[in-house]
Design a protein around this ligand. Structure first.
Ligand code: HEC
Length: 210
């Protein structure tokens, strides 16, 4: 292998031969460069479903679906939203939805940027809890607030609505000035339970009556 030519320098008296790099080393190096071109074309060409972000989203969606099996399909009504406002761990799921899709316009803590402040008592489109879910699903102001109905699972809409409702009254400092009108406080959990019990009672009567 060695061609017995000294490189002409010495370190601490140790001299070295001026040997060429071994062939296997050089070809491995070239191969990594060739590989990188194909790698780049495969993962970074923008083809959908290949980037780690797309894969992450896909897996996250799968995990979410699995989790949702536990609670079934939620209804975007007052009683349900109120129920999940009391549930720390599901509220966290709502928070993740918020951090993923809403912070760009509503700010990290809901303090408002392009979209209104969600931590004060004034709202433009919301009078009660169900309105939050409706605005999230259908959007508002000709798409300035986008509609999420096609992009989010109904459970994500309910849970993010519960999270948004829970932000009310936090009055995060440095937030946007209030927009819209102050609205009455959210009902308490017991009020909502009574209401839904009433409705169920009515339903039962209806069945009995018919
Ligand atoms: C592209 C920016 C944008 C994104 C993203 C966005 N919003 Fe909005 N949102 C707005 C704007 C702008 C308004 C106010 C519309 C108006 O002026 O009528 C709004 C209004 C709202 C309202 C009603 C507030 C009120 O005062 O009545 C709620 C609730 C809301 N957004 C929740 C959300 C949630 C939850 C998400 C994430 C799933 C989200 N928004 C994502 C821009 C956005």
């Amino acid at each position: 292998m060695s061609n017995e030519v000294l490189s002409g320098h010495s370190y601490d008296g140790i001299e070295e031969y001026d040997n060429p790099l071994p062939g296997w080393w050089k070809w491995t190096f070239v191969a990594t460069i060739v590989f990188s071109v194909f790698y780049w074309m495969y993962y970074h060409s923008g083809a959908p479903g290949r980037s780690i972000y797309d894969k992450y989203d896909k897996e996250l969606a799968e995990v979410t679906r699995l989790q949702f099996k536990e609670i079934g399909e939620l209804k975007p009504d007052e009683a349900t939203i109120l129920k999940y406002m009391q549930n720390e761990s599901w509220l966290k799921v709502g928070q993740v939805v918020f951090k993923t899709h809403c912070v760009s316009c509503h700010g990290r803590d809901g303090e408002g940027k392009v979209g209104p402040n969600l931590t004060d008592d004034a709202y433009k489109h919301v009078r009660n809890l169900e309105d939050i879910a409706r605005v999230v699903r259908d959007g508002a102001n000709a798409g300035a607030m986008p509609a999420w109905g096609n992009r989010l699972h109904i459970n994500e809409i309910v849970l993010v609505s519960a999270y948004v409702a829970s932000l009310r009254g936090k009055n995060v400092s440095g937030g946007k000035a209030p927009e819209g009108n102050p609205i009455p406080p959210w009902p308490t959990a017991t009020e909502a339970q009574e209401e839904s019990a009433d409705e169920q009672g009515k339903g039962a009567e209806h069945v009995r009556g018919s």
